[in-house]
Design a protein around this ligand. Structure first.
Ligand code: AGP
Length: 609
């Protein structure tokens, strides 16, 4: 969702802010703006639409100031517009604020501030912060204490960066439940809501904790607690390749990230098998403690939830532990049965999803052990869980998850094996065999990626449809849900997914001449059942696209288009079958002229409820 950048140093801020905001575009936004301090005043420029539009406007001004803040906004309070774009300013225009998160008590604060004579220029929740800082600054004449005071009045989530015309070169930042990272580079000090915005300039960063305050100047960064006591927080070194933020010759980030998946599988598995036994030390639970687990909840949203559906089959199948998979927004508002022997597995690519975080907190209060599976080191999900598995996907830029999904599936597969190992349900020899086959999926995915001709052909045949149905059984059902979501997200083609056995109970009514039915029809214990569903679909005129196992010539009799994938054990079929569906969704989106990396209305991290 929204993004924050800030710079103070030796160079002109304008270009650095635009570059940082461009790096944050992947998160999804509808407007952007900057505040640049120059000659004892703040210049604030905001534009609705893309960062390139803002850059175009700024080119006319050519500000030379060397300190500034910037923001990409994803509308929550107030429609997307120039007036609602950040930075927001005080009445006097001498204080500017950018904010990520939601200020829940903004309506009361706004009324209170208006009562004291403040004039509001936007419909946002954020603007109250600018006026609160203004009042506190009038009392103290110190930006840092003014920001701390203002933050103490806010209920909700916030990452805040504030500049003041009377304190040249100073940026004050603080946060609660919304990420802020601060870094020092050779040419100045940087702040952002996401490391990627500053990766070229600063690789040693501090991930601010809730309530901490950072004061950035051209000379360096000082950290404090809310009471103003100095802090020395740990520094994290970021070792991603800089090209994570580049397309590397691919037409879009999504295709690049789909092609990174064999590497993700290998990296996620690296070092996990030692002397024939699985090890996930980060989970910080002994085999005895793992053995006590008698119920598992996987909680997540969107694509991460689909990874959970896949894991359910494995956790129940191998470890024989009852496993429920639930969307976090439901889990957090009901009264789930949790005991000290319940394991909650929270899955989140970004590690910042508001509903998943709330569910983690709730589960821990109720006494569950919580494991996080996330892609972002130091993210709130990682910090707030008892143990964490990192998915090793590296930064994912395209809004639609692909490589992080596969990383989640592989990590959850490892977790299922670990539980089975601890419970004595899988012998060492079985673990070794499974692990080897799991590792082989990297090469199998490479083979799928090497030849996408059948995917392209099927996509061209379906691109003009208005709706599509994805079906499968068992693992195939879970894969279908993700396939339909991918298609919806990036091509805006309506798609639904059903467990194929449900066809006769309703969805079959949708099928008429040429209606696309995409089926996961790989060789599995339920293969014949899926084939029956295909026959029923074909009999009603459907255009069937089948994802099938190499060598299965019979399937051609039941499908208009067949996309073959290598033969794998059913337990790992979700890994291989998901890949052609990702390519299929992307190919349709491209054919329909959609923005594959930044689909409308979507944000990469859903940090509000
Ligand atoms: C994935 O393609 C989606 N953009 C979305 O469903 C996403 O998976 C969901 O918002 C959860 O995000 P998280 O994994 O970062 O928690």
């Amino acid at each position: 969702m929204c993004g924050i950048v800030g710079y103070t140093g030796a160079d002109e801020a304008q270009g650095i802010l635009i570059e940082g905001l461009t790096r944050l575009e992947y998160r999804g936004y509808d407007s952007a703006g900057v505040a640049i301090e120059q000659d004892g005043a703040l210049d604030v420029i905001c534009r609705k639409g893309k960062v390139s539009g803002l850059a175009h406007t700024l080119a006319h001004f050519d500000f030379t100031g060397t300190c500034g803040i910037g923001h990409t906004r994803w509308a929550t309070h107030g429609r997307p517009s120039e007036a609602n774009a950040h930075p927001h300013t005080s009445c006097a225009g001498d204080i500017a604020v950018v904010h990520n998160g939601i200020i829940e008590n903004f309506a009361e604060l706004r009324e209170e501030l208006i009562g004291r004579g403040h004039v509001f220029k936007s419909d946002t929740d954020t603007e109250v912060a600018a006026h609160l800082v203004e009042e506190a600054y009038a009392d103290t004449g110190d930006l840092q204490s003014a920001v701390v005071h203002a933050a103490s009045r806010l209920i909700g989530a916030y990452g805040l960066a504030v500049v003041c015309a009377h304190e040249p070169g100073v940026i004050v930042v603080t946060r609660k439940d919304s990420p802020i990272v601060v870094g020092r580079g050779a040419r100045g000090s940087y702040v952002a809501s996401d490391i990627i915005a500053m990766i070229d300039a600063a690789r040693d960063v501090v991930v601010l904790a809730d309530g901490q305050v950072a004061r950035l100047t051209p000379e360096g960064v000082a950290f404090f607690d809310e009471a103003g006591n100095p802090l020395d927080p740990p520094v994290t070194h970021v070792d991603w390749d800089v090209d994570v933020a580049e397309k590397g010759g691919y037409p879009d980030f999504m295709l690049k990230e789909i092609h990174e998946q064999p590497r993700v599988i290998r990296d996620t598995l690296a070092g996990r098998l030692s002397a024939g036994a699985l090890e996930i030390d980060e989970l910080d639970l002994s085999p005895e403690e793992l053995d006590l687990i008698d119920r598992v909840y996987v909680i997540a949203c969107g694509t991460s939830y689909h990874a959970g559906l896949i894991a359910k089959n494995l956790i129940e199948g191998w470890a024989r532990i009852p496993c429920e998979v639930e969307v976090a927004s439901e889990f957090r508002y009901r009264n789930p049965i949790i005991t000290p022997t319940t394991l909650v597995v929270a899955v989140s690519q970004s590690g910042e999803t508001a509903d998943t975080l709330a569910a983690i907190r709730d589960a821990r209060v109720r006494g569950a052990k919580v494991f996080g599976i996330t892609n972002v080191v130091g993210s709130p999900v990682a910090r707030e869980s008892d143990g964490v598995i990192y998915t090793k996907a590296n930064k994912e830029i395209a809004v639609a998850s692909t490589k992080s999904f596969l990383g989640q599936v592989v990590s959850l597969t490892l977790l299922a094996m670990l539980l089975a190992q601890a419970k004595g349900k899988l012998k060492t020899s079985q673990i070794r065999l499974l692990f080897r086959e799991l590792a082989d999926t990297a090469e199998q995915v490479e083979r799928i990626l090497a030849d996408d001709a059948a995917v392209e052909e099927a996509a061209l045949a379906c691109k003009d449809a208005t709706s599509a149905l994805f079906i499968g059984r068992g693992m195939g059902a879970a894969v279908s849900y993700e396939g339909a979501l991918k298609l919806k997200e990036i091509s805006y083609l309506h798609a639904e997914a059903y467990a194929a056995g449900e066809m006769k109970h309703g969805p079959i009514a949708l099928i008429d001449e040429g209606f696309p039915v995409i089926a996961i029809a790989t060789k599995s214990p339920v293969y014949d059942k899926v084939v029956s569903n295909l026959q029923e679909s074909k009999a009603r005129g459907a255009m069937v696209v089948a994802i099938a196992t190499e060598g299965d010539e019979d399937i051609r009799a039941h499908a208009d288009h067949v996309i073959y994938i290598p033969k794998v054990r059913d337990a790992f079929s979700a890994i291989t079958a998901s890949v052609p569906l990702q390519l299929f969704a992307r190919a349709i989106a491209v054919a329909r002229g959609c923005d594959v990396d930044q689909p409308r209305n979507l944000a990469k991290s859903v940090t509000v409820e």
